[in-house]
Design a protein around this ligand. Structure first.
Ligand SMILES: [Zn+2]
Ligand SMILES: [Zn+2]
Length: 191
C-alpha cells in the first residue's frame, strides 16, 4: 500500500489514483490493537499534486468497519465515506527510523501556517497509503461506539445482554421519591 512519488514526476507533477484494497491487507499484527476491523473492500481515490517538495493530496475513502458496542460489547458495522485534503511534507531528518510521526509536530505546524491543511509526512519518496487510510478511519470512528442509541447494555450484576433478554437482578439504585412514598404507604397500612 505504497505510492511511489517519483512516478509523479514522469506524469508532469499530477496523478490520479483509484485503488481497491481487500480487508485482508489490513489484517496486520499492528491492526490487532485497533478499535476497528475492516470488513469490506477499501475504495481509495486520490489526486496528488506536487508543490515544490510538498504534495497536496485530496481524496476519498469508502469502506465498512466493524466496531464493538461500548455498552453491550456486541460487534456492529458502520459505513465510512470520508473526503480529505492533506499536505505531505518530507519527514524531518531527525525523526530516525520507525513509524513516521504524523499530525501535529510543532516544527511542521509552524512551517505550514499559511493554510489549514492537515500535515502528514512522506519518506523515501513514498506515500504510505495504509497509514493515510488508517488516519481517516480513526477520524471516522464515533466518540462513543454504540450498536444503537437505544442499546440497553449489559446487566451490571449478571452480565445478561438486556437487548436480548431479561434477568431477575434488582436495579442497584432506588428512587428516593419512591422510597418516601413507600414510607407513607407503610404508615397508612399500620394505622
Ligand atoms: Zn450495544
Ligand atoms: Zn442481571
Amino acid at each position: 500500500m505504497q505510492f511511489d512519488l517519483r512516478q509523479l514526476a514522469r506524469n508532469g507533477g499530477d496523478d490520479h489514483l483509484d485503488r481497491t484494497f481487500q480487508p485482508a491487507q489490513f489484517d496486520t499484527p499492528e491492526a490487532k490493537d485497533e478499535d476497528y476491523a475492516v470488513v469490506a473492500p477499501v475504495h481509495l481515490v486520490l489526486d496528488v499534486h506536487k508543490d515544490r517538495d510538498a504534495y497536496r493530496v485530496t481524496g476519498r475513502v469508502q469502506t465498512r468497519l466493524r466496531l464493538e458496542c461500548g455498552r453491550c460489547l456486541e460487534p456492529f458495522e458502520i459505513p465510512v465515506d470520508s473526503v480529505f485534503e492533506l499536505r505531505y511534507v518530507p519527514a524531518p531528518a531527525n525523526a530516525g527510523p520507525g513509524p513516521a510521526h504524523h499530525g501535529h509536530g510543532e516544527v511542521v505546524e509552524a512551517e505550514v501556517a499559511e493554510d489549514d491543511l492537515t500535515t502528514a509526512y512522506y519518506k523515501n519518496e513514498t506515500l504510505d497509503l495504509g497509514e493515510l487510510v488508517h488516519e481517516q478511519f480513526v477520524l471516522a470512528l464515533p466518540m462513543k461506539p454504540l450498536c444503537s442509541d437505544a442499546c440497553k447494555g449489559l446487566c451490571p450484576s449478571c452480565g445478561t445482554n438486556l437487548n436480548k433478554g431479561t434477568c431477575d437482578c434488582k436495579p442497584a439504585w432506588k428512587d428516593p421519591r419512591l422510597e418516601a412514598l413507600q414510607g407513607i404507604l407503610d404508615r397508612n397500612k399500620e394505622s
